[in-house]
Design a protein around this ligand. Structure first.
Ligand code: BES
Ligand code: ZN
Ligand code: ZN
Length: 489
């Protein structure tokens, strides 16, 4: 979708459909008063319930030629004092979603009626783009999306670069969602590496893809063990954005890329197994965030690493009881072959640390338990460095992706003590499932400041995101981009 900026007044904008904001429990603002006048009372005549402005509610109007728009959608913004950047993103998404697929080619909205300041142009554009994403890729008649959104504001000149940023970030979020939506028969580790190649080209990044021989030489015994039961060869995807060749990577992003998780020999039950095509949502978020970081030309060095592996059971598969050598020399006893994410991340984290990343953030659909702890409303975070976590949390706060810490106290290490190896990959009892994952990963970051984000429960769109199609959420692409922006310089 093309985004155009215009200084024209909200109601006179030439468009097919117009999205306006409506605050809760407030009299009509001047735009709504003018609209009511043009419609000869057609607005004020509506029952009170239609005009309440409850957050994300929709009231649809059909003007009869009194203004250019053929359809007007009033989106409820809720109470004025609670409107933040995230409310605006969601509200715009709700409005666009109401209008998409109905034949309206050009949409328009106005920042002022959304109660948005000029600096909120970015989340408004992000929301509009995110609303357009559809999961119906493989259906005969794909939904026809609007072609353009006109953003009107009296400060039109000021918002140009914000709109551009919003476009890049919104597209990155949708890239992550489309990768997660791809089925595992099409999105193999090799195919994911090919997508990364396109991303690198688009965003001016450097791409390195390690194959199994190269990973073997580096000693990545944990990652390679997970790959053994699959016909698909594992890949380590490494994207780098390095505007300053003299400086080290200030930030390393690592994403779990299990293209399908059967559980391996510790086979998962059959119900809902189709959802496990999305077990590469962490890798998708990292690859997509790297695209935005490159396109925004952020002035810091970032390395993005995505181990891509399929977890299948066959005669060659790794087993419970096996002992593996990780790249950092630690030995790992396998308790469950379904705790495979932490194994591929272990070697990818060591690799990233050894590439010189000064701080590391990993993103993974690691444990079902994180949804038991926090539900679909927050990402579970674990860290060895309170300051870095604070940065990540604030970045998340700014973009409306909530992040909540789970502790990694020393006692939790007892849960991964093995009698035969240095560590075991699972506790073997359903105790502190997400924390056990974090405590395990901490052993592989070479002491670098690190944050682990468990997105198993937030990688899909929840009931609190009314403007988005059900399916992959693109979490936490916007947090990662914002984090890199905060670290710049
Ligand atoms: N990929 C799963 C976690 C998951 C489950 C994500 C369902 C999304 C939906 C992960 O590899 C896994 O299987 N974790 C186990 C860990 C256990 C074996 C220690 C889990 O959560 O049960
Ligand atoms: Zn698993
Ligand atoms: Zn998994």
């Amino acid at each position: 979708m093309q985004i155009e900026i215009s200084g024209s007044s909200a109601l006179q904008t030439k468009c097919d459909a117009l999205i306006l904001g409506r605050c809760q429990e407030e009299p009509f603002d001047e735009v709504l008063n003018e609209l009511d006048r043009l419609l000869e009372g057609g607005l004020s005549r509506l029952p009170e319930q239609e005009l309440k402005g409850t957050r994300y509610s929709i009231t649809s109007l059909t003007p009869m030629g009194q203004l250019p728009a053929r359809r007007i959608v009033l989106v409820g913004l809720g109470a004025r004092q609670e409107i933040d950047a995230h409310t605006l993103l969601q509200a715009t998404a709700v409005g666009v979603r109401e209008l998409k697929g109905k034949g309206y080619a050009t949409l328009a909205t106005n920042l002022h009626t959304l109660r948005a300041k000029p600096e909120d142009a970015r989340p408004v554009v992000e929301g509009a783009l995110m609303a357009l994403f559809e999961t119906s890729t493989y259906q005969k008649e794909p939904i026809s999306n609007p072609e353009a959104l006109i953003l009107t504001d009296s400060d039109a000149k000021k918002i140009g670069s914000l709109v551009e940023q919003g476009q890049k970030v919104g597209e990155a979020v949708n890239l992550a969602r489309s990768l997660v939506n791809e089925p595992a028969n099409r999105l193999t580790p090799t195919a994911l590496a090919e997508h990364a190649q396109q991303v690198a080209q688009r965003a001016g990044l450097n791409l390195l893809v390690l194959d199994e021989d190269e990973m073997f030489k580096l000693g990545m015994g944990c990652l390679l063990a997970v790959a053994r039961g699959s016909q698909e060869r594992a890949k380590l995807i490494v994207l780098s954005h390095r505007p300053n060749l003299e400086a080290p990577f200030q930030l390393g992003l690592v994403g779990k890329g299990i293209t399908f998780d059967t559980g391996g020999i510790s086979l998962k039950p059959r119900d809902g197994l189709e959802r496990l095509k999305g077990d590469m949502a962490g890798a998708a978020a990292v690859i997509a965030a790297m695209q935005a970081i490159g396109q925004l030309k952020l002035p810091l060095n970032v390395i993005g690493v995505a181990p891509a592996v399929e977890n299948m059971p066959d005669g060659n598969a790794y087993r419970p009881g096996d002992v593996l050598y990780a790249m950092n020399g630690k030995t790992v006893e396998i308790i469950s072959t379904d705790a495979e994410g932490r194994l591929i991340l272990a070697d990818a984290l060591t690799y990233t640390a050894q590439q010189g990343a000064e701080r590391i953030v990993d993103v993974a659909t690691l444990t079902g338990a994180v949804g038991i702890a926090l539900g679909p409303y927050a990402i579970g975070a674990m860290t060895n460095n309170a300051e870095l976590l604070q940065q990540v949390r604030e970045a998340g706060e700014q973009v409306g992706e909530r992040i909540w810490e789970l502790p990694l106290w020393e006692e939790y290490k007892n849960l991964i003590k093995s009698s035969i190896a240095d560590l075991k990959n699972a506790a073997g009892s359903p105790t502190a499932g997400s924390i056990v994952g974090g405590v395990f990963l901490r052993e592989f970051v070479e002491g670098k400041p690190w944050v682990h984000l468990d997105i198993a429960a937030t990688a899909s769109v929840g009931d609190h995101q009314p403007g988005l199609a059900q399916g992959p959420s693109g979490v936490p692409v916007r947090t990662l981009v914002r984090l890199a922006e905060r670290m710049r310089g």
